[in-house]
Design a protein around this ligand. Structure first.
Ligand code: AMP
Ligand code: MG
Length: 332
């Protein structure tokens, strides 16, 4: 069974071909806003419209398949995400599904991050830490759904890093640049640490970190180091509580920020304390990509889920804890 997955929730337009055993191709083209600016939804959607045919052709070429003869099902990222960007992926999916008369499956983007993480690691019933541009959540699977055990009350960890970097004039996304600058310092400057219950809040931390650099003229490396230490420790505290409370013995980290080595070190230490194994999605598949959508689409389709092409819509605010996961046993 072969699935074509299409991802277009935000900065990335990507197509991937997978079967049950392997990822046959995964091609991406990423919209890059001007330095200092964030994603402009209309500009990003124009980018996606410009590159979609080339990305699709390359994905088919790399996998050596044709849609007509080989692809069994088409999956697309239906939300959550930026409306104009989501609609490009959905239009491409609907056109292909109706022209080639193939079944179509809408996929929740966040579930895509989790399913690909599980497929690429040996995690089976983990606590999941989903840290990306659009998500910052601690999750456990229970009674057919991913349940939220902690999340951000305002901006995500990815947004914290990107907005801080952009205020300094860096090009977005800024996470890896901040990681590199942080690695040059060990001088911790105190910053607001805000954990409420098992949720985190990053907006006060962002304001304070920006003020340190722009007003107090602190060294950029020191502020990057202090920002990472504070933001990661907050999330590590909440994640450790989730591990201790559920007594699960695996932690899976997915989303673009999973590429950060300092975050991995901190999570390693909480896993050691809680007797859990740490599983981090491979860096190549940490950020948004079609493989997340194709793998999840295949699982959903094999479990009997597909929709009529006239109902293949997008949902900009589609929370992952509202999705019934019909392809997993009710309790993991
Ligand atoms: P995603 O939305 O899953 O594509 O993830 C994108 C986010 O991951 C952006 O906010 C990036 O700044 C962030 N990111 C990518 N690489 C790193 C890194 N090495 N350290 C921290 N954040 C990163
Ligand atoms: Mg994402």
């Amino acid at each position: 069974m072969i699935c074509l997955g299409i991802e277009s929730t935000a900065h990335t337009f990507s197509c991937s071909i997978v079967d049950e055993h392997s990822i046959l191709s995964d091609v991406r083209d990423v919209y890059k806003p001007p330095a200092g600016s964030g994603i402009h939804p209309r500009e990003a959607s124009r980018h996606h419209a410009d590159v979609c045919d080339l990305v699709l052709k390359q994905a088919l070429l790399d996998a050596n398949v044709s849609i007509k003869n080989d692809v069994d099902v088409i999956a697309y990222s239906a939300g959550p995400g930026l409306g104009p960007c989501l609609r490009i992926g959905a239009v491409v999916a609907r056109c292909l599904a109706s022209y080639y008369n193939k079944p179509i499956v809408p996929v929740n983007h966040a579930i895509g991050h989790i399913e690909l993480g599980i497929r690429l690691t040996s995690a089976r019933d983990p606590i999941v830490l989903l840290v990306s541009g659009g998500h910052c959540m601690i999750l456990a699977f229970y009674n057919c759904r991913w349940r939220v055990l902690g999340e951000t009350l305002d901006i995500t960890l990815g947004q914290l890093l990107d907005q801080f970097g952009r205020a300094l004039g860096f090009a977005s996304p800024c996470g890896s640049k901040i990681e590199e600058l942080a690695s040059r310092s060990t001088n911790y400057i105190k910053l607001p640490y805000t954990v409420k219950g098992n949720d985190v809040s990053y907006s006060g931390l962002l304001t304070a970190a920006k003020r340190l650099v722009l007003v107090d003229k602190a060294k950029v490396e020191d502020v990057c180091y202090s920002l990472q230490e504070t933001a990661f420790a907050m999330l590590a505290e909440a994640t450790e509580r989730a591990l201790a409370f559920t007594r699960k013995d695996e932690l899976l980290v997915v989303g673009g920020v999973a590429a950060n080595k300092r975050l991995a070190t901190m999570l390693e230490s909480i896993c050691n304390r809680q007797g859990a194994s740490l599983h981090i999605v491979p860096t190549r598949y940490a950020g948004d990509c079609g493989a997340q959508i194709a793998c999840t689409g295949l699982l959903a389709y094999n479990a009997g889920l597909s929709v009529d092409v006239s109902k293949a819509f997008v949902r900009q605010s589609w929370r992952l804890d509202s999705v019934d996961i019909i392809w997993r046993k009710p309790n993991g």
